[in-house]
Ligand binder design. Structure first.
Ligand SMILES: Nc1ncnc2c1ncn2[C@@H]1O[C@H](COP(=O)(O)OP(=O)(O)OP(=O)(O)O)[C@@H](O)[C@H]1O
Ligand SMILES: [Mg+2]
Length: 254
């Protein structure tokens, strides 16, 4: 995706680690909701995790075990209650709020199950929004959004609103919006959750293609074993802890 290279030139990004380096390092991570109150929930109970740059990792586990909480912590959408999260060499806990927002915007892409597309904006407007928020010239932002959507096979749907698109097409818009700023890490919470199996397979093929092309790192929460096996390894969680890690490859034709 050549436009990503162009974006990279204009955006202060974190230092690019070597292939073998960890892009994400988590040590002793805890999260308590409603801390100190009678309804306190100890959602993460000491998570240690290393993710290498360019890896595709799946997180699986029963409902309520803390998967979304962990993803939110990695994305720094919420404060943790103890432990460390380093993205590349940056300890995001030490950033000011303003710098944190910019860091998150520039380095992390989010794909949520419900896509969170703006319903009254067209596909291309949804995708260009992160660039406009970064202060890009509107003509440049529009061109890059169009290029990426075309690259994702959405060239004939640029000006449709989300409600005029199928689930798989909306998903591609959400993927484009997450990728347009060329984030080092892409976080997905059930990113194929509502899609039929054919579209889910298309989305996973797309993720793998992007992963190979740009060496971007994916962390995907899923309940679906078949989806998880498209990743390089699977982290299993139970009751706020990692219970085991299965290393792939799970398939021969990846
Ligand atoms: N904002 C919150 N306030 C209080 N408790 C919360 C909050 N968010 C999550 N929890 C609790 O934290 C625990 C972990 O929730 P989390 O959403 O991370 O689970 P999950 O593994 O993503 O589950 P699912 O597979 O159902 O999405 C649960 O017991 C949940 O009830
Ligand atoms: Mg969840």
């Amino acid at each position: 995706m050549s436009q990503n290279e162009a974006i990279k030139m204009e955006t202060p990004q974190m230092s690019q680690p070597n292939e073998s380096e960890n892009i994400l390092l988590i040590k002793g991570l805890h999260k308590r909701y409603n801390e100190g109150k009678s309804n306190e929930v100890h959602a993460l109970r000491g998570i240690d995790l290393e993710v290498k740059k360019g890896a595709m990792m799946a997180i699986m586990g029963p409902s309520g075990c803390g998967k979304t909480t962990l993803l939110n912590m990695i994305g720094h959408l919420d404060q943790n209650s103890g432990g460390e999260i380093h993205i590349s060499t940056i300890d995001a806990n030490k950033l000011s709020d303003g710098k944190m927002t910019a860091f998150r915007r520039d380095n992390i892409g989010f794909i949520f199950q419900l896509f969170n597309l703006f319903p009254f904006l067209s596909a291309v407007e949804n995708v260009e929004t992160p660039l406009l928020l970064k202060g890009y010239n509107s003509g440049v932002a529009r061109e890059q959004a169009k290029m990426l959507l075309r690259d994702l096979g959405m060239g004939d749907r640029l000006y449709h609103n989300p409600l005029e698109l199928s689930g798989g097409q909306q998903q591609r818009v959400a993927v484009a919006r997450a990728l347009i700023t060329d984030p080092a890490i892409i976080l997905g919470d059930e990113p194929t959750g509502d899609l039929d199996s054919t579209t889910s397979a298309e989305v996973m093929t797309l993720f793998r293609r992007i992963n190979k092309l740009n060496n971007q790192t994916f962390v995907l929460v899923t309940h679906n074993r078949w989806i998880a096996e498209k990743c390089d390894y699977i982290v299993h969680m139970i009751d706020g802890k990692i219970s085991n890690v299965e290393m792939g490859p799970f398939e021969e034709d990846k």
